[in-house]
Ligand binder design. Structure first.
Ligand code: PLP
Length: 406
């Protein structure tokens, strides 16, 4: 058993696709003294974060912040808008889409699960034409909502949400569109209003660079209208009173004060860098990571280059090699955590997170740890992924961050 007070020398490399490393600036902000959540200072903080977070979702509509993990915000999206027995069309992109579907079942909804068969469906994004076809067949309007995952964290595949919107519109179907971008927000381009999303679900511990503990529902006018007639039981998750009190910067219960200090700092960091620059940084690091995987001669879990995730890369180990054994070696020898394969992909892949507070050298160190671990595991590599990633990063140089700030 590992002693909890044992820390090896140097920094632990947390390269899982969330929780992502929390920058010192945010850790310091979270250490401010906890204040009265009914006092004037808190109201100012509340208004600042409630306004700032809208810019990240690209919405002018309310964003509800819960003191809960992403799973809570999943439940909130469903129970605020739907009634017992409602049919929801969900799409299987991977493990998290599967968990959301299981939750819908436990809440008494009737999910229909679309997707490509077998593991193939876990290597591609949402097929919007399948959604359109199913909705066209539903002339009675039995389907009340379409639920998709924007960035499937279990595989490293991002889906085209604008295409899902177009599919619903082409079928002239009234279903609500609900999107989980728990691991996509603030790393991959996301547009709640422009894409006509009714409820967007997200969390704190990924692109926002915060610890786990707060989560979000961005809510359209149509979703709030639906909530007036939705009969699934809800109390804590109910949007109505929260949205009303949020107008003054407060919550109907005790909010997560210190995480909100952290959120305020994260917003300053992200909006200060500029959302487009943040997205470009993620794309560039992801491309360098893929260059490494290809140079090793290993396969990337995402089989469609159009939907490679900028957040993480899923790396498939050769047939017969247990990916978790490789991860264990890397953890034990190099103090680096990589994401495990989940569900159908268990043992077949590991996941490298390159999200949030990540730069060229963070990625290079992570890839070095992977390459050393793959060698230790006795896997024959085609070539050096580290050299390939260095080549990519030096031939696609980013704007010098320090010079830009001077
Ligand atoms: N959805 C996605 C895409 C996720 O990546 C996660 C967690 O990693 C969840 C849902 C569940 O969120 P949480 O673990 O914060 O409850």
């Amino acid at each position: 058993m590992l002693k909890l007070d044992f820390h090896p020398a140097g920094r632990h490399f947390l390269q899982i696709p969330g929780p992502s490393p929390v920058p010192d600036r945010i850790l310091r902000a979270m250490s401010y003294p906890t204040i009265d959540h009914r006092g004037p200072e808190f109201g100012a903080l509340g208004l600042k974060v409630l306004d700032g977070i809208k810019k990240i979702f690209k919405t002018s509509q309310p964003v509800v912040i819960y003191p809960a993990s992403g799973t809570g915000a999943w439940e909130a999206a469903l129970c605020n808008t739907l009634s017992p027995g409602d049919t929801v069309l969900m799409y299987e992109t991977g493990h998290f889409a599967t968990l959301w579907k299981k939750m819908a079942e436990s809440l008494g909804l009737k999910p229909e699960f679309l997707g490509l068969p077998g593991i193939e469906g876990w290597r591609r994004g949402v097929q919007a034409d399948m959604i359109e076809k199913r909705l066209r067949d539903d002339a009675q309007g039995v389907i009340k909502a379409v639920c998709v995952v924007h960035n499937e964290t279990s595989t490293g595949v991002t889906s085209d949400i604008a295409a899902v919107r177009r599919a619903i519109d082409s079928a002239k179907h009234p279903a609500l569109l609900m999107v989980d971008t728990i691991s996509g927000l603030a790393s991959a381009d996301y547009r709640h209003d422009e894409w006509g999303v009714d409820v967007t679900v997200s969390g704190s511990q990924k692109g926002l660079m915060l610890p786990p503990g707060i989560s979000f529902n961005a809510v359209s006018e149509k979703a709030r209208e639906a909530s007036k007639h939705a009969r699934l039981p809800r109390a804590f998750w109910d949007w109505t009173e929260i949205v009303e009190m949020n107008k003054q910067g407060y919550w109907p219960y005790t909010p997560n004060t210190n995480l909100l200090y952290g959120l305020s700092e994260a917003l300053d960091m992200i909006l200060g860098e500029g959302l487009d620059n943040v997205f470009a940084r993620h794309q560039r690091l992801a491309a360098a990571c893929r260059a490494a995987v290809t140079a090793w001669g290993l396969e990337i879990q995402c089989a469609d280059p159009a939907v490679y995730s900028p957040v993480l890369t899923g790396v498939m180990t050769p047939e017969g090699v247990d990916a978790d054994a490789v991860r264990k070696l890397i953890y034990e020898h190099f103090d680096m955590s990589l994401g495990t394969g989940l569900g159908k992909a268990k043992g077949r892949m590991f996941r490298i997170g390159h999200l949030g507070d990540c730069n060229d050298l963070t990625l290079m160190a992570a890839l070095t740890g992977c390459e050393m671990g793959l060698r230790l595991a006795g896997i024959e590599l085609k070539g050096s992924g580290v050299a390939a990633a260095m080549d990519y990063l030096t031939s696609n140089v980013a704007k010098p961050a320090l010079k830009a700030a001077a």
